[in-house]
Design a protein around this ligand. Structure first.
Ligand SMILES: [Zn+2]
Length: 217
């Protein structure tokens, strides 16, 4: 979707998720702000909404499953990200105050820590010509708990002074993604632009009703 045009309903001004009437931010973004403030991403940009039960939500689950259809799902996600960066990259870099665009790219690792490279890394590498910075889970930090966990991850490459593109596949609460943004900032990254392939929407959540109406209009 066009990041410069917001949905025709009230959404969280950070993650574009559903919000309670009268609130500018969702509960999770509010908590994250209190936990990590300036360490959070400078801009959060969902490529699309991933409505539970829909095609994008299914692709986001399948592409890293290794099961039938994983390759096709990854190819659809790659096209989606490539087109989004081609059409809206300049807007995202400007929104994050990156005059020259990002100098490095990173992906948010899975919570469990899988062996081998994350399939999202391959997708990002095929979409942007940037060196990638690995984010590694710190073994001593177990049980991330809820919200942002500063110190859960550390950046394995030199990012001091660099502007970074951070990509995550799915945003539910934003805890993992914002923890990754914090790791980049703690390693010295100047600005972090966070692109999320799918912003999760649960139709069973009453707060999603207005958003779903706007999306289906
Ligand atoms: Zn939010």
């Amino acid at each position: 979707m066009d990041p410069s045009a917001r949905p025709a309903c009230r959404t969280c001004r950070i993650c574009l998720g559903p919000v309670r009437d009268g609130f500018a931010r969702c509960y999770q973004c509010d908590v994250a702000s209190g936990q990590a403030g300036p360490l959070l991403a400078d801009v959060v940009v969902p490529v699309e909404y991933a409505v539970k039960g829909g095609q994008l939500a299914a692709d986001l689950r399948r592409y890293k499953s290794g099961r039938d259809g994983a390759t096709e799902a990854a190819a659809r996600l790659r096209t989606m990200l490539a087109v989004f960066i081609r059409d809206h990259g300049a807007w995202v870099w400007a929104a994050a105050d990156m005059p020259a665009g990002p100098a490095t790219a990173a992906v948010v690792p899975s919570g469990q820590g899988r062996p081998g490279p994350h399939p999202l890394t391959g997708i990002v590498r095929s979409c942007v010509r940037l060196p990638t910075t690995r984010l590694i889970a710190v073994p001593q930090v177990t049980g991330r708990g809820r919200g942002v966990s500063v110190g859960w991850l550390r950046a394995a490459g030199p990012v001091a002074g660099a502007d970074a593109l951070l990509v995550d596949d799915t945003w539910v609460s934003g805890g993992s993604a914002q923890s990754a943004a914090a790791a980049l900032k703690l390693a010295g990254a100047r600005r972090v632009a966070l692109i999320v392939l799918g912003r999760h929407v649960d139709p069973a959540d009453p707060r999603s009703a207005g958003l779903l109406r706007a999306l289906n209009a």
